[in-house]
Each structure stands twice: as C-alpha cells, then as structure tokens.
Design a protein around this ligand. Structure first.
Ligand SMILES: N[C@@H](CCC(=O)N[C@@H](CS)C(=O)NCC(=O)O)C(=O)O
Length: 207
C-alpha cells in the first residue's frame, strides 16, 4: 500500500510533498492536469467534491486540506518525531500554529494583497499588523515553533510563510527570513523542491 498524492507542482500539493519527504514513507505522485480542468472531473472530484488539490489517499483514508494531511501523516507515521506525543503539553502550541496558517495567514495575506474590504473584528484573520506581529511572536528566539523540536507544524506554518514570501504577498521580517533560511537548509525540503522542479520539467510547465 503506497500513499498517493494527487499533485500539480503549482498547487498546495507542492507543500504536502515536503511533508511526505519529512515523513520518509514511500509515496507516489499522480499528476493532475489542472490547466485542463482534470481536478474537476474523474478521480479527484469523486474523492474530493471541492475538486481541489492536494488530495491524498492512504489505503481507505482520503484526506484533503493541506494542514489536515500534514497532521494525519505526522500522527500516523511519525508520532513523537514530527508530532508531539498525545500527552505532551507542546501539542497545544503545535495545533495553535498548524491552524493559524490556513485560518489566519492565508486569508490575511490574500485580503491584504487583494485589497479586500472586511471588518477585522468579524473576520477570523483579524488585523494584518497583528497577524505579522503574531508570526514573529511564534518564532522569536526559537529555532522552530516548538523550540528545538522540528515538527510538522513547521512544514505547515513555515511552508505557508515561504509561499507568501515567494509570491510577494508578504515581506519577511528578519525573524521570518532567518526561520525560512533554517527551513530551507533541511534536506527533506530540498528533495521536495527538486521533485516539484522535476515535475515542472516532466510536464512541460516551465515558462
Ligand atoms: N484549503 C485547501 C485549499 C486547496 C486549494 O485551494 N487548492 C488549489 C490549488 S493550490 C486548487 O485546487 N484550486 C483549483 C480550483 O479550486 O479550481 C488546502 O489547504 O488544501
């Protein structure tokens, strides 16, 4: 039984690839031709009515939502190594930042970049400046979100920051930049980047 990730290198599935490389279990990528709309038909839509990537299958388990996939993989394949043990109080911090990424950083950065009008008191992602301060607070004076323990929370939170910086939706503070540099030195992230780049070449997506 091999883990299968429905993948396109220009999608959030590229970030899940980093989680898979950190986990170290065998996996296969199934390329989905998104420009042709393949995610809105066939296998992907049958598994995930949202018609979105990433979608992952592992035996009978179907998991969608990048953060949920990362949490699932860490609990199933790397408990104690990439996820704190169930009775470890660091789990509070772990969940805090895993969930902060898709529920605050993503919409907050998009709202700012897109000039959305919204009421910060009603929108879950709140004030943009408060979000930036909170990101710095999460990593200030620490190697990783859990101190000296690297975890899948860094893949989700750090991967989101990396994406936002790469696509100029966020200007990194000194804290953020040095955190991203530490993450960028990880062999698993470098392997994931290489595999995503190979997929770009293989499918003729280079511009
Ligand atoms: N909340 C989802 C978002 C997934 C998502 O929006 N994926 C994009 C690619 S990065 C997608 O599949 N877009 C195609 C579409 O919606 O038609 C997650 O975090 O995994």
């Amino acid at each position: 039984m091999t883990i299968t990730l429905f993948h396109h290198p220009f999608s959030r599935a590229a970030g899940v690839l980093w989680a898979l490389e950190e986990i170290g279990e065998p996996y296969e990528l199934r390329h989905v031709d998104m420009p042709k709309g393949a995610h809105k038909t066939g296998e992907v839509i049958a598994l995930n009515p949202m018609g979105k990537l990433p979608t992952l299958i592992d035996g009978d388990a179907v998991v969608t939502e990048s953060a949920a996939i990362a949490l699932y993989l860490a609990d199933r394949y790397a408990p104690g190594r990439l996820a704190p043990a169930l009775d470890d109080p660091r789990r509070g911090t772990y969940f805090r930042w895993v969930l902060f990424a898709p529920s605050v950083i993503e919409p907050g950065a998009m709202a700012k970049a897109g000039g959305w009008e919204y009421r910060p008191g009603a929108a879950g992602w709140g004030e943009h400046d408060a979000m930036l301060k909170t990101i710095d607070h999460a990593i200030a004076g620490r190697e990783y979100l859990l101190g000296d323990m690297f975890s899948i929370a860094d893949v989700v939170f750090g991967g989101t920051l990396r994406y936002m910086v790469q696509f100029k939706m966020m200007t990194p503070s000194t804290e953020v930049q040095s955190y991203l540099d530490r993450l960028g030195a990880r062999p698993a992230l470098q392997r994931a980047d290489a595999r995503n780049a190979a997929s770009v070449q293989e499918h003729g997506l280079a511009t």
